[in-house]
Write a protein that binds this ligand. Structure first.
Ligand code: FAS
Ligand code: PHB
Length: 405
């Protein structure tokens, strides 16, 4: 078959891109290794930035989000049980985040893809890229129905951290940057009402905890844990006891307990691959970058990559312009690195590091105390947490002469 853009991977990056291209009249075919049920069933992100909500609205895919999503104008931080709130909306001129699970986003995107008869090949094995340095690239794969080949103009690598597309960049071209954290997140889902109407990020001597949610009747909770922790060592009773301790007495006593129906441990890493374009191949989302989930950026970065690439491809097909194509990697990486910084900073602030010195711990305490008491510090937190604009035009650097006036 032939199409304009072959998309490898049907996660948030791949499906947002497919819908954005459809909206611009650009054809694509998505090739996904798993089944739709598997992709939809993965429990991952929980918080949508304003830009992600706006993208769903622009695509006309926000009806259920408007009904069921939970807009949050603030978030809370807890330090050894003492809480303070950061008023996101007040500090950002009205921006907020929306709690709406990645599973729900994927359901809405797949439902709409079905309505629009968008071609998605599921259970595709052995995906390989060909000719990405030519103007006639192709993607091959096999399914139960046999071998498949997609001739295209461009390939979008949306196949996540463990996919094959990043590996298609020649070794001399690809540069990677990584930090692996010495702990993970033990997360549960339970059908119990959330402990608070907003999220609570907690720093405690025993480690980090996060009280989040999926709905007014479904809670999502996380505990920092050693990376080699075993799920069987964390029965629900132990999990809730530790969560109550780390959230502090006044919140802990409000905690509603109940049986978890999902329990998993996620490793934490910061990772960036550069460049995010080589020839006719583009990398988007986790295929190009990973953030620790502390800043709730992972899925939102996948969406902003898709927004940028769809603009670039619209320029190519509508105006025969290569400007967006040539500028995609630098533009996407400018936003990616800022989200990497915020996620790394927030992770370093809220977690306990086994090798931390007494000085390191004092730095955390001082920074948390500064954040608690400074409007300027909270404004910086807020603009990063709700999501920086697609292109953050930093104030023009003033020369020394100008600064002296
Ligand atoms: P994805 O990994 O979501 O999707 C890639 C798709 O490509 C998958 O469907 C995969 O099956 C497919 N694929 C892979 N290899 C392929 C191949 N060879 N051929 C064809 N298809 C292939 N983010 C947050 O913001 N908050 C969180 O709390 C959070 N928790 C997370 C927990 C876990 C365990 C993980 C792994 C990630 C978490 N994330 C979180 C990050 C997550 O939401 C990602 O950022 C988001 O899914 C990125 O979307 P994609 O780039 O589309 O990658
Ligand atoms: C979640 O609800 O899964 C969630 C929320 C906020 C985060 C990370 C995860 O920072």
């Amino acid at each position: 078959m032939r199409t304009q853009v072959a998309i490898v991977g049907a996660g948030p990056a791949g499906l947002f891109l497919a819908h954005l291209l459809r909206a611009e009249g650009i054809e694509s075919v998505v090739v996904e290794r798993r089944t739709r049920a598997y992709v939809e069933g993965r429990v991952r992100a929980g918080v949508l930035e304003q830009g992600t909500v706006d993208a769903l609205s622009r695509l006309g895919l926000d009806a259920r989000l408007r009904r069921e999503g939970l807009p949050h104008g603030g978030t809370r931080l807890s330090v050894d049980g003492a809480h303070f709130r950061i008023d996101l909306a007040e500090l950002t001129g009205g921006a907020e985040v929306t709690v709406y699970g990645q599973q729900e986003v994927m359901h809405d995107l797949f439902e709409a893809a079905e309505r629009h008869a968008m071609p998605i090949v599921f259970e595709a094995e052995g995906v390989e890229l060909h000719g990405i340095e030519t103007e006639r690239p192709a993607v091959t794969y096999r399914t139960a129905a046999g071998e498949g080949r997609i001739a295209c103009d461009f390939v979008a690598g949306c196949d996540g951290f463990h996919g094959v597309c990043r590996g298609a960049l020649p070794p001399g071209v690809l540069r990677t940057f990584e930090r692996v954290y010495p702990f993970g997140w033990l997360g549960i889902l339970a059908d119990v009402p959330p402990v608070d109407e907003e999220l609570i990020y907690a720093s405690h001597a025993n480690g980090f905890a996060l009280a989040s949610m999926r709905s007014p009747t479904r809670s999502r909770y996380y505990l920092q844990c050693p990376i080699d922790e075993r799920l069987e060592d964390w029965p629900d009773e132990r999990f809730f006891d530790e969560l109550a301790l780390r959230l502090g007495p006044d919140v802990g006593e409000r905690l509603v307990r109940g049986p978890s129906f999902e329990k998993s441990i996620a490793p934490l890493r910061s990772f960036v691959a550069e460049p995010m374009r080589h020839g006719r191949l583009f990398l988007l989302g986790d295929a190009a970058h990973i953030v620790p989930p502390t800043g709730a950026k992972g899925m939102n970065l996948a969406v902003s990559d898709a927004l940028m690439l769809s603009e670039a491809l619209d320029g190519f097909y509508a105006r025969a312009s290569m400007a967006g194509i040539d500028g995609y990697s630098a533009r996407a990486l400018a936003r990616v690195w800022k989200a990497e910084r915020f996620s790394w900073w927030f992770t370093g602030l809220m977690h306990r590091f086994p090798e931390a010195s007494g000085f390191d711990r004092r730095m955390q305490v001082a920074e948390l105390d500064y954040l608690r008491g400074s409007r300027a510090a909270q404004a910086g937190f807020a603009e990063n947490y709700v999501g920086l604009p697609l292109d953050q035009d930093l104030p023009r650097r003033r020369s020394v002469g100008e600064a002296g006036r």
